[in-house]
Design a protein around this ligand. Structure first.
Ligand SMILES: [Zn+2]
Length: 181
């Protein structure tokens, strides 16, 4: 299936663009692969994050929790595919970046990551985390360059960015390439 053309970019994208750019600059500086973004290696370089994988029920994608030691624990479901674990880790990292204060108040976040449509009155933090994860793993400029180069099939883009086809559809929708998903 080819994408329909970009009919009026809704520009829902770049509210956290500055942060994403800073992360990319930081990643390049410390020698981390960014095409596609090596989220596992990047997380290993953040001293406040302790990351591991564990076996959860299939509907649980991952969790993040603040510990009084000052460490944020992120656990991702080991049963899930690499592409899903990449997105889940990026999503939990988004909570670390965007929702630190909420976590510090003792709130744990346990995630069932589904890609909801933008008009869903979903939890704001979850929508923000999905948007951030999508920005991080599929930067707008790179996504658009790939499409211009003719890499405009969902499977091809999923291979390129190493994310699920659901994540590609979500991103394409957010950037105005798909009317719905
Ligand atoms: Zn979440």
């Amino acid at each position: 299936m080819a994408f329909i053309s970009n009919k009026g970019n809704k520009n829902l994208d770049p509210y956290n663009k500055k942060t994403i750019n800073e992360i990319y600059q930081h990643a390049k500086k410390i020698g981390i692969e960014t095409k596609p973004f090596d989220i596992f290696a990047y997380i290993r370089n953040i001293p406040e994050i302790d990351y591991w994988e564990d076996y959860f029920d299939n509907d649980i994608s991952g969790k993040i929790e603040y510990k009084l030691s000052g460490i944020y624990q992120i656990v991702v479901n080991k049963y899930h595919s690499l592409s899903r674990r990449r997105f889940t880790l990026a999503h939990e990292f988004a909570h670390f970046v965007l929702h630190k204060e909420f976590l510090k108040q003792g709130n744990k976040l346990e995630d069932i990551i589904l890609f909801r449509s933008s008009n869903d009155a979903g939890n704001k933090k979850e929508l923000e985390a999905n948007q951030f994860a999508a920005d991080l793993l599929m930067p707008k400029e790179v996504f658009e360059t790939e499409i211009r180069k003719g890499n405009n099939k969902i499977n091809g883009l999923a291979d390129f960015f190493q994310v699920s086809s659901a994540a590609i559809k979500y991103r394409a929708f957010k950037l105005g390439y798909l009317k719905e998903y």
